[in-house]
Ligand binder design. Structure first.
Ligand SMILES: *Cc1c(COP(=O)(O)O)cnc(C)c1O
Length: 466
């Protein structure tokens, strides 16, 4: 029997053998990795038994806490039957039942479920479906094969998803591989490029989008957007009514609306799906992160009967959607996703959420007054706290100052795990977080930001020196 490796051994092997995502490994190799062994509720527990609040819901996936008995049981029960069988030419009970449940809770008009296993592939599938739909259903429409998306968009890391993304730091290197797209300015009320204020602006930022659609709709298969909140852009919320107007524009100009609900889905904004905030039904909807309550990699692309019909025909018409993955419709993932939805019903998660969201707003409010904080942006249980070097001019810290990472490092030493996006500290706690835990989460973030002031004053004048 091999002995259980010590934390020190694990750390050594991690640095020797692993390559972590979105991580400068040269720095990682100099640091002590935090190795999470267990979890319980809102807490992560490392190999030494230290507890940390999971302030990112393990990168936005966990909903009902770690080790939820209903989810644990569902997974174990399915394991006693089968772990996986293919979805190519075969079906399985949990995948069938889950599709039925998803259609029941999805925005009205979405009627079909196509499975995959992560958010990026759910987006890829939506893009491919859109292009093939126009070819087969409306050949008279001509070459509708490009996409409109917002600047600062993030829709995943595979090449198609990167093509419709626009975060220079992540995406610019891959430009030679990307297909051409059209981009539009997103609403950005804190730094409005038009220097206007909502609501008196009348959402003037939509005018250029309408003009673009007018000019280019003949080339456009779809408009992909994260509804309500552009999350990885640094938590940029859209003003109320924005999504409704986007839906109208897409309908008027015959462009499919693709909602990327990978981050916003499953209660994050206070409704099951963010599209519900405005009663909008997209033509295609990508979901993943919260789908299994954060237990298993699973994703789905939902669509309408209109689009589905475009793919029907006899075999030799070759209208089939030729796309699939080895783990499409995985029974373990689908079982735990069913249990996730059951917990929503049993614990009345959405109804209980509204008071948690109100408290979250109340506790976040004082952060806006800190001299280091330019803006606090919140929708539901998603929040971004943007650090600035100069509050009056809104001058950001240079990325090289790593202000966000430094605050996160301080927070970790105080027992809270965060993952910043540049200068934006992101808080996405599990929906099940208790009031005390939530209060503590915001309090630790506040203290950590206050501590940062002292750190940066030491490097004043040379903020790019690190
Ligand atoms: C995380 C995310 C993705 C990508 O999902 P992965 O599972 O990481 O591939 C796509 N879109 C949005 C909005 C996301 O937040």
């Amino acid at each position: 029997m091999a002995r259980k490796p010590t934390t020190q051994q694990l750390a050594t092997w991690d640095r020797r053998y692993l390559w972590h995502p979105f991580t400068q490994m040269q720095e990682w190799e100099q640091e002590e990795p935090l190795i999470i062994e267990r979890g319980k509720g809102s807490y992560l527990i490392d190999t030494e038994g230290n507890k940390y609040l999971d302030g990112t819901s393990s990168i936005w996936v966990n909903l009902h806490g770690h080790r939820h008995p209903t989810l644990d049981r569902a997974l174990k029960k399915q394991l006693d039957k089968i772990a996986h069988s293919t979805f190519l030419g075969l079906s399985n009970p949990p995948a069938i039942e889950l599709a039925r449940e998803l259609i029941r809770i999805a925005p009205k008009g979405l009627t079909r479920v196509f499975y995959s296993d992560n958010g990026s592939t759910a987006v890829e599938i939506a893009l491919k479906m859109a292009v093939q739909y126009w070819q087969q259903r409306h050949p008279e429409a001509g070459q509708k094969n490009t996409f409109l998306h917002l600047k600062l968009a993030y829709h995943g890391d595979t090449i198609g998803a990167v093509s419709v993304g626009n975060i220079a730091l992540f995406h610019s290197r891959f430009k030679p591989l990307l297909f051409p797209t059209l981009e539009a300015e997103p609403p950005h009320c804190y730094r409005c490029p038009l220097k206007l204020m909502y609501p008196s602006c009348n959402m003037a930022c939509l005018d250029p989008i309408e003009q673009l659609l007018q000019r280019r709709h003949k080339d456009l298969a779809g408009f992909i957007i994260e509804p309500v909140m552009q999350a990885a852009a640094g938590m940029l919320p859209q003003p109320s009514g924005y999504l409704t107007r986007i839906r109208e524009l897409c309908t008027n100009y015959h462009v499919l609306l693709i909602a990327d609900e990978v981050a916003t889905g499953f209660g994050r904004t206070g409704k099951m799906f963010a599209c519900e905030q405005e009663g909008v039904t997209p033509d295609l909807m990508a979901i993943s992160k919260g789908l299994t309550g954060g237990y298993m990699p699973l994703a789905a692309t939902l669509t309408t009967d209109e689009i589905y019909q475009g793919f029907l025909g006899s075999y030799d018409e070759f209208k089939t959607f030729f796309h699939g993955h080895s783990f499409t419709g995985n029974p373990l993932g689908c079982s735990v996703a069913l249990a996730n939805l059951k917990v929503f019903r049993q614990e009345k998660t959405l109804a209980r959420l509204s008071s948690t969201i109100k408290l979250f707003s109340r506790w976040l409010a004082p952060l806006a007054a800190l001299p280091q904080v330019g803006d606090v942006r919140q929708r539901g249980l998603m929040a971004g706290v943007e650090l600035v070097m100069d509050k009056r001019t809104k001058t950001p810290y240079p990325l090289s100052a790593k202000a966000g990472h430094r605050v996160a490092a301080i927070a970790r030493s105080k027992g809270l795990i965060l993952r910043p996006i540049g200068n934006v500290l992101v808080l996405i706690p599990p929906l099940s977080i208790s009031k005390d835990e939530l209060k503590k989460t915001v309090e630790i973030l506040k203290q950590s930001i206050e501590t940062l002031q002292i750190d940066l004053s030491l490097t004043q004048g040379t903020p790019t020196n690190r």
